[in-house]
Design a protein around this ligand. Sequence first.
Ligand SMILES: Cc1cc2nc3c(=O)[nH]c(=O)nc-3n(C[C@H](O)[C@H](O)[C@H](O)COP(=O)(O)OP(=O)(O)OC[C@H]3O[C@@H](n4cnc5c(N)ncnc54)[C@H](O)[C@@H]3O)c2cc1C
Length: 447
Amino acid sequence: MTSTMLRPGDSGYDDELAGFQTAVRRRPDVIVAATSAADVVGAVRYAGEHDLPVAVHSTGHGLTVPFEGGVLVTTQRMTGIRIDAESATARVDAGVRWGAVIEAAAVHGLAPLSGSFPGVGVVGYTLGGGFSLLGRKYGLAADQVTAIDVVTADGELRHVTAVTEPDLFWALRGGRDNFGIVTALEFRLVPVTRLYGGSLQFGTESLPTVLRAWRDWTAEMPREMTSSLTMVPMPDLPMVPEPLRGKHVAQIRIAYLGDAAEGERLVAPLRAAAPVLGDTLAEIPFTESGSIANEPPFPHGYRADNVTVTELNDTMLDAVLEHAGPGAPVPTVILLDLLGGALSDIPDNPGVGWDREARFTVRALSVVDDAALTEIRAAHGKLFDALSPWSTGKLLTFVYGESSPDEEAAKVYSAADLRRLREVKAAFDPRNRFRLTHNVQPGRDTE
Ligand SMILES: Cc1cc2nc3c(=O)[nH]c(=O)nc-3n(C[C@H](O)[C@H](O)[C@H](O)COP(=O)(O)OP(=O)(O)OC[C@H]3O[C@@H](n4cnc5c(N)ncnc54)[C@H](O)[C@@H]3O)c2cc1C
């Protein structure tokens, strides 16, 4: 192995654990700072020899479950990217972030199905489904995956495709690190270089009107339009521009794959819905797609949960305002995502854990420094209870909670999918070595 092994007390141990999410404490017995697939093989074999559980960390955007002990493999030094312009595909190593792939693909007039924030890791995002800025046109990032290199619990490095290992190929795309540590991903790119995108911002007084206007507007949108609405309590701080400072702001995010004139025509009803406090809509190169959401780049602690829903009726929007609006007991960011389009299509080789029948997601996120965990849990719980009559599921990739890893898996997957996942787990990880995050237990259910 060329990797470094770090133990508690070693210099560099705490730095190696640092990531975007700061509210989840982990204290592994050993950190393996991997530089290659061979290092990952060595780490998993070491864990097997010492009967230790194993987890993996890339950027720390998706940290959810605290743990003590075991082996943690970090992948941030595995940064290789290869673009094949002829086949319009990419091969990326486990530690690559979306920003680097966006830049490398753009040279060839191509784009990946990346999300709102370029700092997010490709592998964690894609294994969670991958809800892209281009999602309604091109589907989930997970649907574009053609091959996965993964080190399974037996310490073997496998090249997994729909043909070589169909069950594992299915389970990894949605089951995430339950089935092994991915060392590289291969996936298709799409022919996108520019889009019409940005956001419209509205103030506190406009929230009820804007929520309804966006909901009504989404009913007529073509697949080329991907859009979300966020509701954000803006801090009263100098870093926030004056018209938005201290306000509860609705931000409508737009990513439209068409010409700017048609984009302008489509968003006109939104601009007319209420006084616009900020407007960044313009034709932009895809390399600037991170500016659409303009999410804060600095690490912080957060808790979040979500539901997928079949509709957004007035009762539901009132519940969103009551439990997460300006008068809510806990400052909460709401994200409503329009699904449908290609996100509802079933590809030849789908993964698991994505609700293709849902029409919207409702996500709630609170910063841990702003409120105690018990208050956040209670506030989010009230919101999701109110939405439960219309809820069809939830997406694991947007769960940043503390409930037991086993419980969360049972909420995310259908009973039939969970049964199949448990069987795949029994075949590839019978001792449940990969159990430190949201866990699928190995086993065969008797019906
Ligand atoms: C600011 C922000 C914006 C986001 N925007 C989007 C978005 O637009 N669309 C979307 O779909 N999601 C989005 N997400 C969610 C994001 O996709 C998940 O949090 C994802 O898990 C992050 O992956 P990571 O590798 O960056 O994080 P990490 O915390 O390093 O990893 C999270 C999890 O990913 C899995 N994982 C990571 N590397 C490997 C590996 N090598 N092998 C096996 N499993 C691995 C593991 O389960 C791990 O616990 C966003 C999150 C944040 C914080």
